[in-house]
Write a protein that binds this ligand. Structure first.
Ligand SMILES: *Cc1c(COP(=O)(O)O)cnc(C)c1O
Length: 404
């Protein structure tokens, strides 16, 4: 595999920013001390870690004592839900949505199947937006936690987390948000919100893979997931990923400075790409609400073609994009997110997610605009659906969520 020339798969993972790499490198080599050690060689690493925690707290608008470093976004999500359940053993109901990442959905299905919890999976409308009335009606005295993502990884659609958190708080229910795609792309200020827990992941914001964090509101009842040493004030045992934590701190500082650019330059490039493709390719459509969306994400469906085939032809040109989520694209099922939105089968199968970053250039965008229409035309010539085959209703359309 050669390095992709044009990388438009930033919702799957991002490149480590040069300043982040530079900040973390010494902690692999000469600064390898354990922050828990009594000697100053380790203690100095601990001080750098505190600085990283301050940078992340500043990005999120929360206290440094409210951050627990984890190994990834998935661990932060799992910790949040398991903690809320363990802290309130009498409550047996979970509220989430049909469009969550597998880090939430697969855990909820596990809890439902093997632990007897009741789970409500809220639906979305054709533009991927949540029905607040349905959410309100789902809450009961038995509800232990509401877990709703801030921004969807496949469509970029943003949910109204401030309102959702307010509603949960008014009912005395713990509210967690998977903000892995939102952190670093849109402004977040937790001190003004009723959010109780928030998960993020380093590799989605230009830090490396293998580091994440969970925000836990001060005084929230909390039960650790990993039990062992006293690291993270007993909230997450295991010797800290010092290099990852230092990197996440540097990435948080870069993100704080970058958010305005994300919402002007990156958004401008995304809009240029999206508008050009929708105009140039007949029978194409945008998936997700046009306005309530992350500035870097565009999910477009091309009717009558297979997303996987489009990806292969893009790949031959050195363009890296994605069809559905990385997990869904490993199977032949159409994306659970597009299914929840009711996107017709012939469109859902031909969906491509372009996700940009601060490193995307106008030349990248122009190259994609120049090549995609021809690729779609080529594939449509050989598509079986184009020749008048009926639009088969997927038998999977009734399944609540992702099967992975
Ligand atoms: C990537 C992602 C995760 C998982 O994060 P990892 O660090 O890869 O475990 C969770 N939720 C969303 C929305 C994501 O995009």
């Amino acid at each position: 595999m050669t390095t992709p020339v044009i990388y438009m798969d930033n919702n799957a993972t991002t490149r480590v920013a040069p300043e982040v790499l530079e900040a973390m490198l010494p902690f692999f080599s000469e600064r390898y001390g354990n922050p828990s050690s009594m000697h100053s060689f380790g203690g100095a690493v601990g001080r750098e870690m505190r600085e990283a925690r301050e940078s992340l707290a500043y990005l999120l608008g929360c206290g440094t004592d409210e951050i627990v470093f984890t190994s990834c976004g998935t661990e932060a999500d799992n910790t949040a839900i398991r903690s809320a359940l363990a802290a309130q053993p009498e409550k047996r109901h979970i509220v989430t949505t049909r469009v969550e990442h597998p880090a939430i959905l697969s855990l909820c299905k596990f809890l439902e199947r093997s632990q007897g919890y009741r789970v409500t999976y809220l639906g979305v409308d054709s533009e991927g937006r949540l029905n607040m009335k349905e959410l309100e009606d789902s809450l009961t005295d038995d509800t232990a936690i509401v877990s709703i993502m801030w921004a969807n990884n496949e469509t970029g659609v943003i949910f109204p987390i401030p309102e959702i958190a307010k509603l949960a708080r008014s009912r005395g229910i713990i509210m967690h948000t998977d903000a892995v795609q939102a952190v670093g792309k849109i402004p977040i200020s937790l001190k003004d919100l009723d959010v109780d827990m928030l998960a993020l992941s380093g590799h989605k914001l230009h830090a490396p893979k293998g580091i994440g964090a969970l925000y836990v509101r001060r005084k929230l009842p909390y039960r650790p997931f990993l039990i062992g040493g006293h690291q993270e004030h007993g909230r997450r045992a295991g010797t800290e990923n010092t290099t990852g934590i230092i990197a996440l701190g540097a990435a948080a500082r870069a993100a704080k400075a970058h958010i305005p650019v994300e919402n002007t330059t990156v958004r401008g490039l995304r809009d240029k790409l999206e508008n050009a493709l929708l105009a140039a390719v007949p029978d194409s459509r945008l998936n997700g609400h046009k306005a309530d969306r992350l500035p870097n994400t565009s999910n477009i469906s091309f009717k009558y073609v297979e997303g996987e085939a489009i990806l292969l032809l893009l790949d031959q040109l050195g363009i890296a994009a994605s069809s559905g989520s990385a997990c869904t694209s490993g199977s032949l099922e159409p994306s659970h997110v597009l299914r929840a939105m009711g996107v017709p089968f012939t469109y859902a199968h031909g969906s491509i997610r372009f996700s940009l970053s601060r490193y995307t250039t106008e030349a990248d965008v122009d190259f994609v605009i120049k090549n995609v229409p021809g690729i779609i035309e080529t594939l449509r010539k050989i598509s079986p659906y184009k020749q008048g085959a009926p639009d088969p209703l997927s038998p999977l359309d009734t399944k609540p969520a992702c099967g992975c």
